[in-house]
Every structure is written in structure tokens, then in C-alpha cells.
Design a protein around this ligand. Sequence first.
Ligand SMILES: [Zn+2]
Ligand SMILES: [Zn+2]
Length: 797
Amino acid sequence: MNWGGAKVIAEVVVDIKNKAVNKVFDYTVPEELAHLIQPGVRVLVPFGPRTIMGFVISLKEQTELQNLRPIKELIDVVPVLNDELRELGMSLSEETGSTMIQCFEAMIPNAMRAKYKKKLLCLSDTLSPNLASLFQNSRVIDYEQIPANLLKEVKQAIEHKQVELIYEVKDQLGKKMIKYIALVDRNLDLSSFNRAAKQKQVLEYLIAQPNPVLKSQLMDELQVTHAIMKTLVDKSVIKEIEVEAYRDPYADVVHQQSKALKLNQEQQVAVTTVAHACEENACDIFLLHGITGSGKTEVYLQMIENVLVKGQQAIMLVPEIALTPQIAGRFKSRFQNKVAVLHSALSMGEKYDEWRKILKQEVQIVVGARSAIFAPFKDIGIIIIDEEHEATYKQEEAPRYHAIEVAKQRAITHRCPVVLGSATPSLESFARAQKGVYRLLTLSKRAVSTAKLPTVKLIDMRQHSTVSDQMILSDVLQEAIAKRLERQEQVVLLLNRRGYSNFMQCRECGEVVNCPNCDVSLTYHKPNQKLKCHYCGFESFILRRCPSCQSEELRFFGLGTQKVEEYLQDQFRGARIMRMDVDTTSKKGSHQELIAAFERKEADILIGTQMVGKGLDFPDVTLVGVLAADLMLHLSDFKAAERTFQLLTQVAGRAGRHELEGEVLIQTYSPEHYVMKCVVEQNYHAFYVEEMKMRRRFGYPPYYYLASVMISSEEYNDLIMACDKVNQYLRNQLGHSCIIVGPTMPYVGRINQRFRMYFMIKYKQEPRLRAILSQLLMYFQEGSVSLSLDFFPNQFN
Ligand SMILES: [Zn+2]
Ligand SMILES: [Zn+2]
């Protein structure tokens, strides 16, 4: 950048997450950095007495401000945020009421926020003499070793892809290096090695190769030992070259190349319609409503194929990829190394490596969870969001963004379509499709043409005696399982509650053992004999006496997956049972192993939480049982019915996806509820119509938009006083068209020692809403009280 000697001023967003400093600060750029700095790089700047990180937003020549302080150091040489993402970050900050710095940080991998060391990696053998001298001894050097007068040359070399700036991330895997072997002098005289046959063989091999050779490969092929290699290195006839390798989470997995499957007519229409939109650069939003097993993934694959042919890129979001390794595998099989995968089960270093492939445009597709929506692609041709109704697309901490909303914004910039797919679309999305805001595509048949939808039956648990404290399996379900075991078919059971028992109660005085930090009961985990809080992570050993009356009559109540596993083991001797919940899948790769083992039929029954409902495809599952279908139904949450319908439909969809016929048995205490009836009929439309009536009656989305203000404090009195002030402010400021509900105590009134209250704001149109709520953060966030805004609230617990 040539500034003709004029002073360069950088506009910087600094790393302070306080709403009051959510603005851009000006800094001067010292002369030695002026030629290196670019918008989108991170810098170190003085702020008060401290030195902090910041993002450079733009450069300019003039400012009205006086006494600017200079930037101290550049962290990046290549921008980590391109023009599009910087603008997106700014508007996301407005949309979500978060600070700009929170938005920018959400767009880059965690590794770049962690402790790291900057290094320079040599990629080419034809560097200028100055640079070549840096890499005399190693292919990687510390960035600090570069003399200041060479920085400009280094930057040019980075641009020409001769060297690369990398961050050495300290995670459990460490940095992964690959060793190559090269000859020191190609005109070597081999005669002196006549009496060392093995050594000579190595040298002849190397002479025959134009390039350095992978050390492990050479040793394998020639069957030589480390000692022989070392002798040659010591004699200075060969040298070892170390190169950093990407940590590839899928390195050990062989993905057999898959070919496009033949589509049925509905699938073909979906692919062609979206291809037309791509052709016309239309940023249309499609809702792909396809029943479970209707072959949505194949449709996504072919939509993406069409985009790749044009040389464009694709973003594919899946709810939580740790839950859907099968999908990631299908993308890898079809597109091989054109795919980067980003998900929470990867180590920090692996994620960083995958992200770099995207930044350098070395891949064309990213498959990932929510944050992959910020993939720094430059020419996006399509954005697909699978299971669009899932709550995981909304981030529940600042910045509280919704990936679908971000997708729509990026689609406008890139002039490309967005495809939202689901068997059970969110009410909001389906209502938009009905109104023609979204374009509806329907898949009404199962992709395996002989496969039928399973039969679904309700089991009324009210008719079963409750004398024996808890009825786990009704006779009907018990017999159905036995039948499958006999026929060597597989069973999936859903109980959406982990642990062994969900509360411990005193039989003398009725006291329930609660978490000391939260207003919820502690759950008993049998394998490690502990009581755990699922909200704050608190753990304690099992109590022997009631904390209130000292009685020893403490008993466990309620049902969790661990207890059901034990019960099944007892009922079906010899059956092989597998459990899938947060506790059995927390280890890296363990979830994938569980699924693979069940696929290989190493177990007969899979019992698990909602995880078992997610996108899994097991050909031999012919029975799905739901143990307590009402668990979520009666929560005081406007989405309770919708979530229950979605979960039950999804899990029912695991049965009979292939040749064998499927059956679904649902145990419930509310068989008359419209959710249960619609699940039995597998009728999304009927559910939609009923649920829309409820939403209209109680004024919920899609009839109103929602925003929430959550207020929390360790001091109950401070919380109440803050609520009063906020209440007054909201009612004074917001127009009459807004409905303000609250202050209300959420389902869990205290989490992690903080008391909580919230306001819900229902609105149809209030252009000043975001500004008014942003002001709240500035005015009422004092002392122990903290406020958070949510413009896409999903839950109020
Ligand atoms: Zn707790
Ligand atoms: Zn007691």
C-alpha cells in the first residue's frame, strides 16, 4: 500500500468486552509497519496502561483526534478477516446487541485466541538470498528471529506463497511434523559406498528421485533402519527436512469414492430448481421439507456438485457434527479432499488447520456446525442448513446470533441461494414458506423405494399401575423388544434424560437434594457414585443423611439412561446393550465409535438421549421405543410442543428406513395431546395447523417476533431493583405495539449462584427496538448486575 509518505492512521476495534467501549479507536501506524499493515489484520495496541489485541477495520490518512498513540505490533501479516466478514461483523454487532470484538472473535478459530507462537514456514526453494539465509537450518523459524529490515520482504514472500505465517498452537496433539530426506549434493560419487550396500541403495534411490522423499516411505520401501539413515546424515551426504503437516482428523479413515445416486422425481425437481437459482445468481431461500429417510443428504450432495462445477464454494451446516459423523463421512466420500470439516469434537489445532485450508481457498466445501457459517470463502455458490429447526443454530452466549440469519446476509453478498432442510421445519420457517417468502420444495417419499414409513402407536401409561414406584417398560414394549431380539433385529430406545436418577429425596421430610449453586435437583450418576448438577457442573459424593432432618431415609427417584440400561440388562439376559448420552460420548471419537459398533451389529439395543434421534441410519433397526415422551411436553416454554413433536418424529424416523418394516412405540401419560396424535399420524401439516392456533392465541412467533432481556445478579435485592428500573425504562421507551412480559423468573431461577429474571418483548414492528435495548446495557449494567440481550430467544429456562 503506497501512502506517499502521508501519515497512516488505523481504525481499530479493541479487545474489551465492555459495552461502553464498543467503538472504533484511532491509532497511528509507525513507519516500519506502514507498508505491512492491512485492514483485517490483528494488532497489539496500548489501551490505558495495558497492551491489548485489536482488529484493524480500515486505514485512513486523516483524523480529527489529537495525541494518537502508535500501534505496537502486528499480530498477522495476512488479514484474518476479509472485507465481507468485517462488514458482517459490524452489522452482526448491531443485530445481536453484542460488541464488535465479540462478533469478530466468533469468526476466527479458538486457536487464534489462545496462547500461540508465531512461526514462519518455508514453502519454496527459490527464496531471495536474504530470506534463504533465515531458513538455513530449518524449514520453520520463530517469527521473532526475523530482523525488522526483512519484514517487508517477508510480506511479499507470503503474498507469493513462498513462505507462510503459521501459529503454533499448544494443544494436546502438539505440532505435527513430517520428515523428508534429500541429497546434500546430487553429483555424489557413489564408489566410496561400495562396501556399504544398504547405504548405497538409499543414495541410488534418492538420485533417481527429482524431489525430496518422505522418510517413512523410503525406509519402508528399502527396509532400512534408523541407524543407517543416521550414519548418512552424520556423513553429511543426506539431510532431513522437516515440514509441518496439517492435522487431519480424518487421516485414518478411508473414504471410498462414492458416485451420485439416481434421484426420484421429487429429489430431481429440488436439485434442478435450486440449480436454476444458482444459475441466475438469485439469493432465494428454499425450504426443503422432506420426510425422514427421504434422501435429503443425496439432494444436498448433488446441489453442491452443481456449484463446484462452476468453480464456486459451498457451506453445509449440520446441527452438531459430533452427532452426525455419518453425514461428514458421506461428504468426504463424494468430494474427498475438497472438504474441510469443522466441529466441536476436533482439537483446537485440528480446527485451526481445517480453517486455514478454507482461508487459503484450498478446499471448496466446508461441512460444519454453527460457526462454520463464517467460513472465509470468497465465492460462495450455495449455503445449505440441514435440520434447520435445531436449536443449536442459535448461539446461547454473546454474540447471540442465529446461523440462519447470518446465512441470509451472506447469501445476499454472494448472490447465492440458501437451502433450509428438515423433516419437521420450525413453525417460523414453514409459515414463511406458506406465505411465499421462502420457496417450498417437498420430498414426500422415502428414498429407498421399497421402504415405508413405520407404524407408530401410543401406549397409555396411565392404565399401568404405578404401585411399583416407576414403570420403565410397559408389557407391550417389553414384548416388542423380546420379539426383535429373537429375530436378531435391532432396537433404539429414547429417554431424554441422562444419569441414573434425576433426584434424591428424603422419605421422612420430603426434602429434595438440590445443587448448592442452582435451583435444580442433583442427578445421581451411578458409574462414579456421584451427584451432579447438569447446569453448573457441581459434583458431590452421595449423601448418607438428609441435609434437613438428618434421616437416613434418602431414596433415588426418577429415571435416567443409566438406570434404564441396568434395567434392560436385567430384563433381557444376554442381550447386548449400548448407551449413548453425553456421559458415554464425551471422549474424543467415542461417539463415532459407538455408532460404528452399532452399525456392525455389535449391540442389539441402543438406549440414549435425544442424540439417538439425530440423522442416524441403521438398516436393521425395526423397533424404536420412547420411554417417557412427555418429559419436555409440559415445560412452560412456547416451543415445548414443537420440540416434542420434532424429537419424536425424528426418532421414529430411525425405524424401517430400508427393506425391513419399522414399528414405533411411544409411552406417554398424555395420549390425547395433539402433539401425540400428530406423531402417530406422522402428519406435519396437522401439527402445524394446531400449533399455529396456539401461537396465535398466546401471541408467539411466527405471529410476533421475540426479544428477551435476561438480568442476573448474585445479590437478590440488586436484581429486584434492577428489574424495577428496566421495567420502567422499557415501558417508557417502547411503543404501544410492543407487548412487554415480565419480570418473570425462568424455569431455573438461580444458576451458578446467580439469581435470574427476564423480560420478554413481543413485537411486530419496532424500528427503534435494537437501539433502545442497546442503551439498556449502558445504563443499567452496574455493580453485580449483568444484563444480556437475545433477539432470537429459543428457551426460557
Ligand atoms: Zn448447579
Ligand atoms: Zn429429611
